[in-house]
Design a protein around this ligand. Structure first.
Ligand SMILES: Nc1nc2c(ncn2[C@@H]2O[C@H](COP(=O)(O)OP(=O)(O)OP(=O)(O)O)[C@@H](O)[C@H]2O)c(=O)[nH]1
Length: 349
């Protein structure tokens, strides 16, 4: 259990948040699953919320990695259209380590460069590890070439970013003598060097997955475990369940219910009287909407949509937890909840 991890003598326990970014299909989800060691089957059609979604937690002797999702960054729409929005920048700024993923089997292209630039701009002092994924898919010499190309990309984007910082610093210094410029200088020294590490991995055959986990943990701040290990009533698992339900409920009706839906898991408990090798989890959750018309949308004709939501969310929660689930959903109207601070905090906003 996690409490014991911290007692290891001579070794500091580390814990923190990491995010994997990269073009679609570079293998972020597969890598997350390989690291976490169980299937976290959260779908791709994610809501654009500002809250972090936990994709998985890696519990180790030396530390704990909480892998979170960045809404928006890896979606092609966002990529082609606009500069990284504030939400994504904020998430990247809040995590402890960023894993920038590039596949071994495709040349480094404009999409990778674009994301690398956003990462360089948002990372600040936090380390960025470049991860060359799908190492199994190319011969050794091609892998070596890709490692060099990715290292080079890191140097380029970091020094571009540094040049821009330098410009900003000069502009500021011109208007006032500024303390911030000293800090900018301090951090530019590390930026020039590029990525803090470059590591090849294969989630498919497990090559270097353990090494990556160890590396990410080493880059985390010293901290006790942030989440307990494997308990069913853990906050992150409850949060993940609520996210999965919310996601299923928003699917196809995002335009009609933008940000008007909150999910609270009221209770999750193991059903009594089941055999140890065939457990069942009873989950009761409430879906809060703002208006009766929205309640009708969620429920659908004769309850058909709510049944679909239930089936979809249940399947995903079962995959997440590896146990059978009975899911009971209720739709409630919480009038104006978005404007009521008390309600908001109760709903976890
Ligand atoms: N050969 C090989 N294929 C991999 C590896 N990891 C992932 N893939 C394949 O690459 C494809 C994309 O993997 P995902 O993990 O879904 O990629 P992703 O980056 O999460 O994709 P998005 O959710 O679209 O951002 C899948 O077909 C995987 O099977 C690997 O280590 N080796």
């Amino acid at each position: 259990m996690s409490e014991n991890h911290q007692d290891t003598p001579g070794q500091q326990f580390r814990a923190g948040f990491a995010v994997f970014v990269g073009r679609p299909n570079v293998g972020k989800s597969t890598l997350t699953n390989a690291l976490v060691g169980r299937k976290v089957a959260i779908t791709s059609n994610r809501p654009q919320t500002t809250r972090h979604t936990i994709r998985g937690i890696v519990h180790r002797k030396d530390g704990q990695l909480i892998l979170v999702d960045t809404p928006g960054l890896h979606r092609p729409r966002t990529l082609l259209g606009q500069r990284l929005n504030d939400v994504v920048a904020e998430t990247l700024g809040e995590v402890d380590v960023i894993g920038f993923c590039v596949p071994a089997d495709q040349k480094v292209g404009p999409g990778d460069r674009y994301i690398a630039q956003q990462v360089a701009a948002a990372a600040g002092r936090n380390p960025v590890v470049a991860i060359v994924t799908k190492a199994d898919s190319v011969p050794r010499d091609r892998l070596a070439e890709q490692l060099i190309a990715v290292t080079e990309l890191g140097r380029e984007v970091m020094s571009e970013e540094q040049a821009q910082r330098e410009q900003r610093r000069r502009r500021r210094a011109a208007s006032s003598s500024n303390v911030a410029s000293v800090n900018e200088n301090a951090r530019s020294a590390q930026s020039e060097a590029g990525w803090s590490d470059v590591i090849p991995v294969s989630a498919k055959d497990g090559f270097q997955v353990e090494e990556l986990a160890a590396l990410l943990v080493r880059l985390m701040p010293e901290s006790p475990a942030l989440y307990p290990d494997g308990e069913l009533t853990d906050e992150p698992e409850i949060t993940m369940m609520a996210e999965l339900i919310r996601e299923a409920a928003l699917e196809g009706v995002r335009d009609e219910l933008p940000h008007s839906l909150a999910v609270v898991v009221d209770e999750a408990s193991e059903r009594e009287g089941r055999s140890a090798n065939n457990p069942m989890l009873d989950v009761h959750a409430s879906l809060f909407v703002e208006r009766p018309s929205q309640k009708a949308i969620v429920i659908g004709k004769g309850g058909s949509r709510l049944r679909e939501i239930g089936t979809k969310a249940r399947t995903q929660i079962e995959a997440l937890l590896g146990t059978k689930v009975y899911l009971d959903l209720h739709v409630k109207v919480a009038k104006e909840w978005q404007r009521d601070p008390k309600q908001l905090s109760r709903l976890g906003f």
